[in-house]
Design a protein around this ligand. Structure first.
Ligand code: NAD
Ligand code: ZN
Length: 390
């Protein structure tokens, strides 16, 4: 794709009519409809989406039918790259024509945690992930053809030709990186690489186990491969993921359905003389959290949890193991600070140090979005790029 040049939008200050994929009911196919996207307010930017992809979190929210997170109609989607169409007041860091990457996790750059090198938890904004807009609560920038408000999703809503995003959720990126590869860095792949590099900060020669070999899990493997991990054990119920996993550095594979009487953790411990240095949970199952924890080495084993169970149920861990040095931590967005760390990942890609290309297993037109959901749910795709203009 060529360079994107800036042009003054003829819609500046006015609503834009465009197409979006609307989620009207839990578990039902998305419906492509004409919608209106309002102009950006102060601290917001309206973006023309160039391409978007699907993450398992979109699938989980599409199916969610109970609890405070359930909202319809809604525009899902949170992995994308776009070009700035117009900006609201007090927006200094972005201008029309900039290529930008929206991120579900905020980075205000001003709060205590944004300023700390240890945390990526923006205390000013991150606590609220239920509102439609970052600074205006449930106010929506989307309306359907009958004038009804449509809910946003994770402050991004990229399954639309245009969307409005707060500047705390936007990263300006180099025009050197192809936009489809950059889209991967908007959520899942960054999360996996960040978990290996920043949260675990794993050393050369480490042994690791990755539970769930979707894009997030394979990005952990890719991050571990680049760091020189000695053994990268992939755990997945889908045997096709092993061949695919080799491209990202998976050295050994455990299929839980073939473990017989043995627990996965027993198999992993046997393969590593007592347990892995690090384990990563990249599937939304609490049973995997406890197996991943048991699979780690007494004394130093660290478990990084990236997938969340649908019902946010408590996980059970042996306190004696924790007492003896094992630890567990979370890794929201792989511990990355979006505005600081995404440009670094882009740079690694441009220097050919990171394999992003192999994560793109499918490409479809935006109108074929339901097919893309099927591919993800059936475990056939890692990331499917949906092109808005093809
Ligand atoms: P995916 O659907 O592409 O991959 C999930 C993988 O888990 C599949 O390969 C599947 O076969 C495997 N799996 C299913 N059940 C399993 C089991 N019992 N044991 C082992 N493997 C099993 O999903 P993804 O897009 O890679 O996302 C993975 C998880 O990470 C999701 O829960 C998602 O919500 C979460 N996520 C978290 C963050 C974060 O910031 N922490 C960011 C993105 C995604
Ligand atoms: Zn995601």
């Amino acid at each position: 794709m060529g360079k994107i040049t800036s042009s003054i939008s003829s819609y500046e200050g006015k609503p834009i009519r465009c197409k979006a994929a609307i989620c009207r009911k839990a578990g039902e196919a998305l419906v492509i409809e004409e919608i209106y996207v309002d102009p950006p307010q102060a601290y917001e930017v309206r973006i023309k989406i160039l391409c978007t992809s699907l993450c398992h979190t979109d699938l989980s929210f599409l199916k969610l039918d109970d609890g405070p997170h359930v909202r319809f109609p809604r525009i899902l989607g949170h992995e994308a790259v776009g070009v700035v169409e117009s900006i609201g007041e007090h927006v200094d860091a972005f201008k029309e024509g900039d290529v930008v990457l929206p991120v579900f996790h905020p980075h205000c750059e001003e709060c205590r945690d944004c300023k700390s090198s240890k945390s990526n938890w923006c205390t000013r904004f991150a606590e609220d992930f239920l509102s439609n807009t970052r600074r205006y609560g449930m106010t929506s920038r989307f309306k359907d053809s009958s004038g009804e408000n449509i809910h946003h999703f994770l402050f991004v809503s990229s399954f639309s030709e245009y969307t409005v995003v707060d500047i705390a959720h936007l990263v300006k990126i180099s025009q050197e990186i192809p936009v489809d590869k950059a889209t991967l860095l908007s959520c899942g792949v960054s999360t996996g690489i960040g978990a290996a590099w920043k949260v675990a900060d794993l050393e050369e020669g480490s042994t690791i186990a990755v539970f769930g070999l979707g894009a997030v899990g394979l990005a952990v493997a890719e991050g571990a491969r680049v760091r020189g991990a000695a053994k990268i054990i992939g755990v997945d119920i889908n045997p096709d993921k092993f061949e695919l996993g080799r491209k990202f550095g998976i050295t050994d594979f455990v299929n839980p359905s073939l473990c017989g009487e043995k627990k996965i953790s027993e198999v992993v411990k046997e393969m590593t003389e007592g347990g892995v240095d690090y384990s990563f949970v990249c599937v939304g199952l609490n049973s995997s959290i406890s197996e991943a924890f048991i699979s780690t080495r007494t004394g130093i084993g660290k478990t990084v949890v990236l997938g969340i169970d649908k019902y946010l149920a408590p996980a059970s861990l042996d306190s004696f193991d924790i007492f003896r040095g094992k630890s567990v931590c979370g890794g929201l967005f792989g511990g990355l600070k979006p505005k600081l760390d995404i440009p670094i990942l882009v740079d690694h890609y441009l220097k050919k140090e990171l394999n992003l290309d192999s994560f793109i297993t499918h490409e479809l037109k935006f109108e074929e979005i339901n097919e893309a959901f099927d591919l993800l749910e059936q475990g056939k795709s890692l990331r499917c790029i949906l092109w808005m203009d093809k």
